[in-house]
Design a protein around this ligand. Sequence first.
Ligand SMILES: O=C(O)CCC(=O)C(=O)O
Ligand SMILES: [Fe+2]
Length: 210
Amino acid sequence: MNQEPALRIVTFDDIISEEEMAELLASTKVFNQSRDQGEANAFGMQEGIISSKRTSQTAWCQDTCKELPSYIAVINRIAEIVQVPSENFESMQFLKYHVGERYVEHHDMNNEKDNDFACGPRIYTFFLYLSDVEEGGETHFTQLNLSVKPRKGSGLLWPSVLSENPTVQDERTMHEAKPVLRGMKMAANVWVHLYDFSTPNHWACTGGGR
Ligand SMILES: O=C(O)CCC(=O)C(=O)O
Ligand SMILES: [Fe+2]
């Protein structure tokens, strides 16, 4: 019998505390215009291109940010939930959306070329909502007709690949960030790869410096 493989999208309350949010955001003052993943060169280093699809601002948790007790605690919490070692995680990426800003429909596993990278494709997204939003700013799964409203401190986990074959994109998790209509949206991505991300990312792997 041909059965649709299972798909679980899970929400978590209070996955990050007020104090942890404050510590992480205080360490990342520089937000840049969001970039997309451009073409990869021969070494697997992707070009970052200013995005027309994503009008938010982005900042990466880097260097001392990654040594903060809050960062380590949150990352360990996520590793425990997804049962994947934190070496397979990209650094946390913070997002800030003002009124009118959004991210159009896309998939977090770019395409099956991501399998060519040493770190493999992104298998999960663990998304953190770092603010409430007065109106708009939902994460909307376009194929599933499912909208998640930002709630400060909550988390959302979804897969980007099929559990029975993690090299194949799960097209059901196409999604968009709806425009913020009132207020401001702060959030963060933690992308989880199939293989070790930290070691190959020293030389080149998807996600480096975007
Ligand atoms: O802001 C959101 O709700 C989703 C953002 C997103 O999909 C992304 O950054 O890849
Ligand atoms: Fe996304």
